[in-house]
Design a protein around this ligand. Structure first.
Ligand code: NDP
Length: 453
């Protein structure tokens, strides 16, 4: 059984039964059989299905959003925005999918050659709870367009969302077996990855889960895309618009109650503007209203679970023991929910192990640096390399950041966010491979070379 708790109230939600071995076997057989049909389906059929999914997500956004908010506590308005973003991703692939699949010609020394994009087969997606629709849809939409079929192992706490996703594909007229939810726990994942009918795996989540899944896939020489954690730098230089930088730094840190892989987690500020930025950033963080996620006036819901809050509090404790100062925040609310107020740490020792961890909660680290070299060194001094946000109006500084920050993504004078058109992913322990755009779709395709006389 999947036991679920509403983190906003502590109330138990109805448990969801796990699938047994026979049900998993039947799902794998269905996936295999459906792939044999779907791989040669007309592109029009795929784009029409994606367009219907876009319309359905739009039409049912309130209902879908409520399921996510009840299970993992994000504000209802942000759940609705997440479902709308999914609708946009379905429409993006419905519109551009056929051009992403166009074959191209290559000049070769003898005769002619072309490259064709062919689907691979059933792909397993192991997904997290933090953006429970979006993380899945950014895999699902390109997979459907590619001619693949999908199997979902969603996080234990978002099994309601998992069931809703599979239901939406059925409702949109997707063939049986095109996208199935495997209601299984993580202990049952190895067997699915090892099954010969599953050709590849994508995982979004923690480093630990990523390395376990990659290890199993590696033993079977199966392709893996990993989108893991991050501790993104948010760098502010003297030429930046400090008001705007401080405002967006707050949003970057507290979005989704701090539980996004691309949250700005380490604010790195030039000493010339440190005091001004810190004053504005502190004001903004103190004004963040934590509370009932169903209430439109709430900025930030609870953490996704009581365990997640304990993890953040334990990190906060280790930060302070290492010598950091908690300026304010990081407090539980007088409520039965898993709330934590937004907080800021200063004086975090740069070489402490805890300073290099991902803090998945609304606590920012604020650092002072004296020049761009120090900013870049500090930005890169973590095992992760997912995103980054840099604030400067100096073109040479922008170029240095773009070139020298070891991350998969750098946003200039804006907080980082994902968008269906651009590749998303990281380097170092943040994973490998890319999602979204044509790049995400091609990760799970056979790029076939055809040589002609
Ligand atoms: P996990 O990485 O454990 O969970 C992500 C997914 O992986 C879930 O579906 C989970 O299933 C599954 N999983 C976990 N362990 C295994 C395994 N050994 N084999 C196969 N599948 C597995 O995230 P947590 O929920 O435990 O969060 C822990 C930390 O991970 C967070 O504090 C944060 O730092 C990071 N994280 C990062 C995310 C990101 O977007 N980059 C998203 C979520 C978490 P199940 O739920 O059943 O365990």
């Amino acid at each position: 059984m999947f036991e679920r708790t509403n983190p906003a109230s502590g109330e138990k939600l109805e448990p969801i039964p796990e699938m047994d071995d026979a049900a998993v076997e039947a799902a794998l057989a269905r996936a295999d059989a459906t792939f044999r049909q779907w791989r040669t389906s007309a592109l029009d059929e795929r784009t029409a299905l994606l367009a219907r999914l876009g319309d359905l997500f739009e039409a049912e956004k309130e209902r879908l959003a409520e399921i996510a908010t009840r299970e993992m506590g994000k504000t209802l308005k942000s759940s609705i925005a997440e479902v709308e973003k999914c609708a946009a991703a379905f429409r993006h692939y419905a519109k551009h999918g056929p051009e992403f699949l166009e074959q191209s010609d290559v000049v070769v020394s003898k005769g002619a050659a072309r490259i064709r994009w062919l689907p691979l087969g059933p792909v397993l997606a192991v997904m997290p709870w933090n953006f429970p629709y979006w993380q899945v849809v950014r895999f699902m939409a390109p997979a459907i367009m590619a001619g693949n079929v999908g199997l979902l192992k969603h996080a234990s706490i978002t099994q309601g969302v998992a069931a809703a996703l599979a239901e939406m594909v059925k409702k949109a007229g997707g063939p049986d077996g095109l996208f199935q939810n495997l209601a299984i726990k993580s202990g049952a994942v190895d067997k699915v990855i090892s099954d010969d009918r599953v050709v590849a795996v994508t995982l979004t989540g923690s480093e630990g889960a990523g390395s376990k899944v990659a290890e199993t896939a590696g033993r079977k020489l199966k392709k893996v895309v990993l989108e893991l954690g991050g501790s993104d730098p948010f760098i502010v230089m003297p030429s930046a618009d400090i008001d705007e930088a401080a405002k967006q730094a707050v949003t970057a840190r507290i979005q989704n109650t701090g539980q996004s892989c691309i949250c700005g987690k380490r604010m790195i500020v030039h000493s010339d503007v440190y005091d001004e930025f810190a004053a504005k950033f502190f004001d903004g963080m103190k004004a963040v209203k934590a509370g009932d996620p169903m209430d439109d006036g709430t900025d930030m819901g609870p953490l996704s679970s009581f365990e997640q809050r304990d993890t953040v509090l334990e990190q906060l404790d280790r930060m302070q023991k290492a010598g950091a100062t908690l300026e304010f925040g990081g407090e539980k609310l007088d409520s039965p929910g898993a709330y934590l107020t937004a907080g800021v740490l200063t004086g975090v020792p740069r070489d402490a192990d805890v300073a290099k961890e991902e803090v998945f909660g609304p606590i920012a680290m604020l650092f002072r640096v004296d020049d761009i070299d120090e900013a870049i060194t500090l930005a890169n001094d973590i095992p992760y390399g997912l995103g980054s946000s840099v604030w400067t109006s100096d073109a040479q500084e922008q170029e240095r950041f773009e070139r020298d920050i070891a991350a998969g993504m750098t946003a200039v004078n804006q907080m980082l966010s994902s968008t269906p058109e651009a590749p998303f992913g990281g380097v170092k322990l943040s994973g490998h491979g890319r999602e979204l755009g044509p790049w995400g779709m091609h990760e799970f395709m056979n790029m076939k070379t055809v040589l002609m006389p």
